[in-house]
Write a protein that binds this ligand. Sequence first.
Ligand code: PAZ
Length: 322
Amino acid sequence: MAATDSEPSLFSAWSYFQTQPPPPTLEDDVAGRGPGRKVALVTSGGTTVPLELNVVRFLDNFSAGTRGATSAEYFLKAGYAVIFMHRQFSLQPFSRHYSHSTNPFLDFLEIETDPEGTSADAARPKITATPSDNPACSTTLTFVTVNDYLWLLRAVSQELSVVGRNALYYLAAAVSDFFLPRQKLSEHKIQSGKGSLLIEMDQVPKILKPLVDEWTPDGFIVSFKLETDPALLIPKARAALERYGHHLVIGNNLNQRKHEVVFVSRRNRGSAVSDVDAHWLRIPTDAVDARGQPKEIEEDIVAELAKRHQAWIDQSWSQHPG
Ligand code: PAZ
């Protein structure tokens, strides 16, 4: 019978779902297995450690947020939804190209240079995309202090745990190892006049442990390790893998971090941490990308991670379907 000839039916919500077919992708969407549902939580920039409750002085970290902001762009290009959790006023994806600007609309634009390289402005990036071209599925969160960072990371990772294996954690923020607990903070500005200032700081708890074991047990977790002594890089990365049991540590030395990083991981999931694979990614200092722009190592880091993350999702599903 043609639709126009039929009596209008009265559906209750119950009868609707009893009689109408679900879309074919529903199960995957809900389980977080859909192709567009991979999510990267990118942390970026340094944390501060206030020395007073009414903050006049604080300790800070060198990080400008370049690694995180650049990587977030490549995650978006690789089809990830991105939660960009960054230090307030540190570099942000896309607008990092225009560091003088505070225009939030730049967050939604893609940037390209003159492909011919002929115009007088050839070296200057130009905006070619509209907001609708950019994945709308990205969010920005900000922190300032190490305390903000820890609370935010816990809350976001607990929320994100619903995405299960499709969540990738890219922990590039430079998080202070030491802090002053609130109970030890002076309420008012620390006064001079008593000679030198001695401050004893407590160690920041090792947040990766509960992240891996409790908050987001199915997430694919990548931490960064920064060193200035190259001899320490791989041993410290290995120790982090052993201590926290996560998937991967990306090691970088302060002065070479834009040109080389090392991926340190277990050879096989579950194998002893003494049996690690150290995979170096290097780009020449004068490398250029397909558009003739200086190449960014984050492009290769994210490509390698997207491959490993997908392989891990596929492997997990073949071992534990559903
Ligand atoms: O932000 P940036 O590009 O200047 O520096 C990036 C980085 C060195 C902070 C990052 O790659 C990193 O190693 N983060 C972890 C630092 C650590 O806590 O060991």
